[in-house]
Structure formats: C-alpha cells, structure tokens
Design a protein around this ligand. Structure first.
Ligand code: EPU
Length: 427
C-alpha cells in the first residue's frame, strides 16, 4: 500500500489544471451500455474508480479502449448483464449499471453495496424507482435481480430525498422506457445535467435536467455519440482550499467556477481572495489564517458534502470556532480523529463538528479512511509543521488524478512512497 510523505510549510504557487469529473464519468460510462453503437468520451480521468467501472462494462460484454485521451466504449452485445460483488464492494457507484442493464438487456443482476466509511449508503430509492418503471425486482443472496423482459414503461417517480446516483440510474432506465417518465425531487447536481447531455447526444428525449423535475419521453433505441465530460468540481474545490490553507497564490484552471460557487462564497467570507481572471479559471490568494466560518453541507447548489472534509481541515487552522454540519451522510467525520492527531482541536456532536482553530498543526502519521478524508489530510499536511505520513492513499487514488504530481508542480513537498513488502511479512 502506497503512502504519501509530505513536509508542510511551503505556500503553493503556480497553476493546477482540473481533470474531468469522476462523478460525471461514472454514469457516462454506464450510459454507454444503453446502445449497441460506439460511444466516445473525452476527459475521463484516469483514476481507480473509473478503471473499476470500465471493468464492470467489460464484464457485461462491452469493449473499452483508450486512444489519445479518449475513452471509447462499444457495447455491441451484453452477454452478462451483471455486476459481481467483488467489483461492487470496492465502489458503491457500481449500482449505476442497474438502470442501463435492465433497460437494454431486460434483466440485470447487481450485487447490493454494503455500508462504507461515510455511511450506510442503501440503494432502496433506485430499486423503488425502477419498480415504478415496471421492473420486477427481487433482492436475495446479496444481489438485486431486476427483470423487464418486455421492456420498461414510463412512470411518475418522486424521490423521498434527493439522491444523485439514484436520479442518474432511473434517468438512464427511463430513456428507453415506453412513454413518459417524470422524475420529481430529482438531484440538480451538474453531473446529472452532464449525463442528460450525453443521453440527448445519443438520441434521448429529456427536459429539465439540472432542475428538480426531469421529463423523459422514451425512445426505442439510442445511437453512438461523442461527449466531453465536465470539469471535476470537487477536485477544483480541493485545489482552491489547498491554495488557501498553504497561504499560497494558486491558479486553478480548466474548471467551471459556477460549479464551486458555494465554496467560493464561503472562502471569500472567511478571508481568502478568490477571483475569476478567465471564464474557466479561478485564482486564490490567502496570506494567513482564515476567520472561522460555520458551514452546512447541502445538495447542489449548496455546499458539497464532498468538500466538507477539506473545508474542515482549513477551518482547523482558523481564528475562532466554527460549526460544521454534515446533512447528507451520517458518518462523514472519519478524518476528524486523524486531524486531531495533527494537533487540530475538534469535537464531534452528532452530525456536527465543532472546530476550534489552532495556529499550528503538526506533522504526524495518519491513516486515510475514504476518498475525501484523504484529501483533507493532504491539505492539513501542506500547512503542518514537519513531516506527515499518510497511509492507505489508495483511497485518494480512487478519485484524484496524479494528485501528488499536480501538487509537487506548484511547490508542495510531497512524495509517494511505495511500500515494499518485508520478506516473511504477513500479507
Ligand atoms: N440514500 C438512501 N437510499 C438510496 C440512495 C441514497 O437512503 O437509495 C441516502 C444516502 O445514504 C445518503 C443520501 O441519500 O444519505 C444521499 O446520497 P446520494 O444517493 O445522493 O449519494 P450517491 O449518489 O451514492 C453521490 C456521489 C458521492 C457524493 C453524493 C452526495 C457519485 C458516484 N457519488 O453519491 O460522491 O458524496 O452523491 O453528493 O456520484 C465522492 O465522490 O467521494 C462521493 C462519495
């Protein structure tokens, strides 16, 4: 297992380009299962979760190829419309293939995801929505088995609470269902809109993506298409916070500033200077410690839960006390105990972290527990005195493309240390 060795104290300066969005690419790849023609995607990031999704497509029978930065998927036939446990257990977003497989193949067998470090993460709302579209679903032996031998039919769906991949899953199923589907209380995340744009390019008839009501008129068949994935807003936000926490002057390029507006407002209120020199560029400057500022995670366009851990690391260095409330996942404070080992002063009370800013964080040996938690430890390490060793960085490799190279290029003292196994060690 690789580790990161980071020596803190260098203000970052220079340019950090943002990669394509992981959370847009995952449903986009799943959408490729909806047609027997080739689909070409640009700007799919080369991260572990994407490789996992590609292996699921191949398992089902699709061919996946990479040429000059493009990802080409051709699902001519789907011989095995299944997602096995071994793959699903490493990535909960695997449930995104449920909708497309049952819509195209008339049946799907997808392992049920278990809990994970950030919460229970059930898929009950995906299942109920697909039943509304006429699928017969059984859950047994750890698998969800969906059948719709005569195809799906349109229906009215209203999600009890907002679910991002649930909205995406049912949207992909609805595009091939007979008649009209209306999805109420739909997720408004930019990734949902990006998926809808790909589906429209493939011949789907969709209105309202990006709002809380999406209308779909089913079509008989979809065709091949070419599509460019949107910039990763969580990576962009992580970089902005890296610039601020390190007291640097950083250009974050190839991003969509509108998608990180909630974070930028908070950063400005807390004392960072963030401006937009170009349509797809943000510049962040922050000479010292921020002012403590409360934050509550919300669905888009609110403050993203995927940036909570990184923002909390910044607040751990603030003047004053901030209250950070997590409303989306029930257990997304695993980074807190590790930050405390680095000298942060944080108390958890239910869904709230009470963060008393410290003027000094100290390097320590810490363990990454999930993708965004690992990013928060990297940020804390950038400003901490001395050396931090972060173990289990495979979590960060799931969603950030070459993060240590991008950080080193703007001055961070960061190294990946490959763990060599001792002879005779337990494995
Ligand atoms: N939920 C249910 N039942 C369901 C689905 C969701 O109870 O059937 C609950 C969840 O347990 C959670 C809430 O609803 O408490 C919202 O979950 P949502 O379904 O929106 O999350 P997701 O679709 O599984 C996506 C992202 C996450 C991101 C969340 C929230 C992808 C692949 N994943 O997950 O990203 O945190 O939306 O914005 O798009 C990450 O990238 O690190 C990550 C975890």
């Amino acid at each position: 297992m690789d580790k990161f060795k980071i020596v803190g104290g260098t203000p970052l300066s220079g340019e950090m380009p943002v990669s394509g969005s992981k959370n847009s690419s995952l449903p986009a790849l799943a959408a490729c299962l909806l047609t027997d023609e080739p689909v070409t995607l640009h700007r799919v990031p080369r991260v572990k979760d994407i490789a996992t999704m590609e292996s699921l497509l191949e398992y089902a029978g699709a061919k996946v190829a990479h040429h000059n930065g493009k990802t080409c998927v051709h699902a001519r036939t789907l011989d095995r419309p299944e997602a096995p446990y071994d793959v699903v257990k490493t990535m909960r977003a695997s449930s995104l293939v449920l909708g497309p497989l049952v819509a195209r193949a008339g049946r799907a067998r997808v392992s049920m995801p278990g809990g994970c470090a950030i919460g229970a993460r059930p898929i009950n709302m995906h299942v109920a929505a697909l039943e509304k579209l006429g699928a017969t679903i059984e859950q047994a032996y750890g698998y969800v088995e969906a059948q719709a031998p005569d195809g799906l039919r349109g229906g009215n769906i209203h999600f009890d609470r907002i679910t991002v991949t649930g909205t995406e899953d049912v949207l992909m199923a609805a595009v091939l269902a007979k008649g009209e589907t209306v999805i109420g209380n739909a997720a408004r995340e930019p990734e949902v809109e990006d998926l809808a744009n790909l589906l429209i390019a493939m011949g789907a008839n969709i209105e309202g993506a990006g709002t809380s009501t999406i209308k779909v008129q089913g079509v008989e068949k979809l065709h091949g298409a070419e599509h460019t994935i949107i910039p990763d807003r969580i990576e962009a936000g992580t970089f902005l916070l890296a610039g601020a926490i390190s007291h640097g002057d950083l250009i974050v390029s190839d991003c969509n500033p509108e998608h990180v507006a909630a974070l930028v407002v908070k950063m400005q209120q807390a004392g960072a200077e963030v401006d937009q020199p170009q349509a797809d560029v943000l510049r962040v400057r922050c000479a010292g410690r921020p002012k403590a500022l409360d934050m509550k995670t919300e669905e888009y366009p609110g403050f993203a839960t995927d940036l909570q851990a990184q923002y909390l690391a910044w607040m751990a260095t603030a003047h004053g006390i901030s209250f950070i409330t997590e409303t989306i996942f029930e257990n997304r404070f695993m980074h807190v105990q590790e930050l405390v080992r680095m000298g942060a002063n944080i108390r958890i009370e239910g869904r709230q972290a009470i963060v008393a800013g410290e003027d000094l964080l100290m390097g320590a040996q810490v363990i990454a527990s999930d993708l965004r938690a690992s990013a928060s430890l990297v940020l804390a390490a950038l400003v901490a005195r001395g050396q931090t060793i972060i173990d289990r960085v495979y979590h960060i490799d799931r969603g950030y493309e070459r993060i240590e190279e991008k950080l080193a290029a703007v001055g961070a003292n960061i190294q990946r240390v490959q763990q060599t196994m001792r002879a005779g060690a337990d494995v």
